[in-house]
Every structure is written in structure tokens, then in C-alpha cells.
Design a protein around this ligand. Sequence first.
Ligand SMILES: Cc1cc2nc3c(=O)[nH]c(=O)nc-3n(C[C@H](O)[C@H](O)[C@H](O)COP(=O)(O)OP(=O)(O)OC[C@H]3O[C@@H](n4cnc5c(N)ncnc54)[C@H](O)[C@@H]3O)c2cc1C
Length: 466
Amino acid sequence: MVKNNIIVWFRNDLRVLDNPTLSKASKTDGNVIPLFILDKQLFNGARSSQNRNRFLIESLINLDNNLKKIKSRLIIAEGDPELILSEYCKKYEVSSVYISEDYTPYSIKRDNAVTNSLNKNGIQVNKFPGRLVVSNLDAIRTKTESIFKVYTPFYNNWSLIQRRQVCPIPEKINTPADIYSIELPKISDLDKKYLSPNVSLGGEDKALEIFNSFKSKNIFDYNEAHNDLPGDKTSRISPYLHFGCISALYMESSVGQSDGETAWKRQLCWRDFYNYILFNYPSNIRSEFQEKYRNLKWNNNDALLKAWQEGKTGYPIVDAAMRQLNNEGWMHNRGRLIVGSFLTKDLFIDWRKGEDYFQKMLIDGDISNNNGNWQWIASVGVDPAPVFRRIFNPTLQQEKFDPDGVYIKKYVPELKNVPLKYLGDPSLMPNDVQEESGCKIGKDYPFPIINHSEARKMTLEEFSRV
Ligand SMILES: Cc1cc2nc3c(=O)[nH]c(=O)nc-3n(C[C@H](O)[C@H](O)[C@H](O)COP(=O)(O)OP(=O)(O)OC[C@H]3O[C@@H](n4cnc5c(N)ncnc54)[C@H](O)[C@@H]3O)c2cc1C
């Protein structure tokens, strides 16, 4: 009798609840090998992140625990996925490899290479949905069968798409005892240089805890409160979504129809939208979606870039947000918009440099979301709007979204005693106020590195030149 042994190759789907790939595999009459392959390209490559590596290790430990509850466990291997999979398939008489669909150019290329190589040896590769709220990106087309490039019509279409059933946790997975597994890397061995001190814990259990708490409280205020920087009332579920510790569809199906809940579900659609855009336009990974903006003459000033990265621009709201990123490996969405506008419109530094730094630091650093949002804020991507609408005045942003300076004072302690009326631009403080607040401009806190009104004018000129 042929054995239907299956490998479930985990990647960005590190969960047991609503994991269609695992759920389908659990129904085999053979054995199941839940396998995670540490891919050096992702773990140590140019776009890797120590914050995400730590989060990944924690998520894998938690997945192993959750698999043990259903009589299985996580097998770890390290190396080139193509070689590892073919070795494991041969050694353990595996007839199929099950994977959850992934949509970035890198993962599509990798999955195609693996599929071709395994197929040559008679092994099937079966793909299942689970990454996004909707299951089939190919099905989303305008009335003229083209790709949506504007968000709202995409959202209207997306809202009407039939959802798949949520999959319960399998009752039992049959994993033999003698499968070879290596140890996970130790968190203490990670390079400390880019490890942020206050990063949240990875894993499915933590994801469910965060989501359940959000869904019972803050979600109801989401409409009014999602831009409130000190309030910090968004879900903070993004890193868990990135690693698939929680399912977007499971969350969508678990919340109701109140204004706050509906507004929050609409945010989940942005994630599907940017996956859809990069899936359909893979060249966006390095080039502007709008061809006319591929010749902008960006400013190559490394000192300005460094000041932005370190949160030392002299604009408190920008600096607070960048320091939140450096400290927590995460930043509030309003902060991301402010620092994104500041880098690309005030400093006129190439959006790719901002995207790279975010990718290095963010625990939710996600190729599709990061790329889509950077192109959006730089005004070079899909969902276009006139450039001036996406140039934010940092001082006004502070007045609107951190009116009492609570967020600023939390992340920029040297401004702790600066009076509120100077928090938009501390360089306006008279000398005696600087003395009293213990914050000497140029010594304790920098002068603004750029003049916002002049920078705005030059940016608009450069956009109209091209
Ligand atoms: C310049 C810039 C870069 C960004 N880079 C990333 C990134 O690398 N990874 C990432 O997940 N998000 C990114 N975002 C989007 C957004 O800032 C984060 O998803 C959000 O702040 C995460 O916090 P939350 O989970 O509390 O969000 P909530 O407000 O609770 O929203 C719930 C979920 O909806 C999705 N979502 C919300 N807003 C967006 C958006 N604008 N685009 C795509 N999905 C969205 C996220 O999955 C989020 O977790 C970026 C935004 C900007 C402006």
C-alpha cells in the first residue's frame, strides 16, 4: 500500500488555528511532518532583521508547543529549501508537500523552483490559502478585467468576495518519533547591534491574547482613536500577521459590524491590497509604480539619513516616532506616515532608503506592506493623490495627533520639561526657557536639520519638473 506521508512546510503561517494547510494534512491516512526550514537567505540576508529573527524564534517555539498539544511537534532543518525538502521526502517516503500560498516575488520564485524540482521526483506540491482574508487574488479584477490600482474600488470588490470556512485546530497530527530535527538558534546568539530592547513576544498564543483583548475593548473606538499617537489604541497585531501567528480571515470573521469594527476590518483590506499589488506588479519591489516618477533626483545625503534613523532631526514628532521604532521594533501608523513624509518630502531622500531601514528594524517588516506604504507616502505608487496632499507639516501633525506632547515626552526624554507651546519646534525656545527646561538646543537636542516650508517648495518643484 502507498503511504500518503505529507510534509507541511511552514513559512509565514506559524499557527495551528485556521491553518488550512495543516488542517488538510491532518486528514491524511499517512504521517505528517511539520517542517520549518531556516533559510539563510531570509535569516542572515541583506533584508533580514534581528528583531524579526527573535520574533521568529519565539513564534517557532510556541508553534512547537501548540503542535505538541495535538500529539505532534515541529521539525527544524536548516539550508536550501529545495535540497532539504528533497532529502526529507526521500528519507521519510513523502508523497506530497503542502504549503500555504505566499505572494512576494522572492517566495513565488522559491516556491516555483521547489515545486519543479520535487515534481521531477514524482512528489506533489499542494498550495492552500491562509495568508490573506481572501483566498484567490487572481479573481479580483475590475469590470474590464484589469488590475485595481485605487484602494476604494478594490475594497468594494473585496468586500463582496465569498470567504472560505475558518478551519478549527486539528484534533491530532500523526508525526513519527524518529524524524531528524536540529535545535533552533538561540536568541542570546543574535547580533545585538540591531536588537531593540522592548519588542513584544512572538507566537500564536500571544497573538490570540492581543487580538482577544483588542476585540473586547479598543476596537469599538477604532474609528475615532486610530490616529491618536499617545493613546496607542490600534491592535498591534501586525507582526503576528506577518509571521502568520494569527489568521486575518479568522479575525475578520470574529468581529462584528459596529462602526469601529467595520473600520478595523477595512484596514485588513489594505494588507490584502498591497499583497495584490506586489503580486501583480513584482517590479514595484525596486521601481516606482508610476513610471513618470522614476527620474526624481533624490538627495543622497547620508548625514541627513542618519539623523532621521537615529531620531535626531530637531522635529520632536519625527524623532519620537523614529525612537519608538528603534526601541520597540514597531511604530504607530500615524508615526510611520509622519516620518515617511519627512524623509521623502522634507529631506527628499529616496523612499527605498526608508523602506530598507524599516525592513531592518520592524518586527512587522513585510515586503508587500512596507513597499506599498512607502510608495504611497512618497507619492510614487498606486492609489495616487496630488503630491501636496501627502506632504505633512511635522509641527501641525504634533498639534493634531499628540496635542499634549505625551508621545513625544515618552520617547524623547530630553524634551521632558520643555513647555508644550515649544514642542512643535523647540529651537524657538528663548535662552531662559532652555535653561529652565534643562534642554539646550544644539547641545541636548538638535536644531531642525531642515526648514519645512523651503523643503516643501523644492519638493513640489522637483515633482512638477519630472
Ligand atoms: C511608511 C510605512 C511603512 C509601513 N510598513 C509596514 C510593514 O512593513 N508591515 C506592516 O504590516 N505594515 C506596515 N505599514 C502599515 C501600518 O502602519 C501597520 O500595518 C500598522 O501600523 C500596524 O499596527 P496595528 O497592527 O496596530 O494596526 P491596526 O490599525 O490595528 O490595523 C490592523 C491591521 O491592518 C493592516 N493594516 C493597517 N494599516 C495598513 C496599511 N496602511 N497598509 C497595510 N496594512 C495595513 C495591518 O495588517 C494591521 O496589523 C506601513 C505604513 C507606512 C506608512
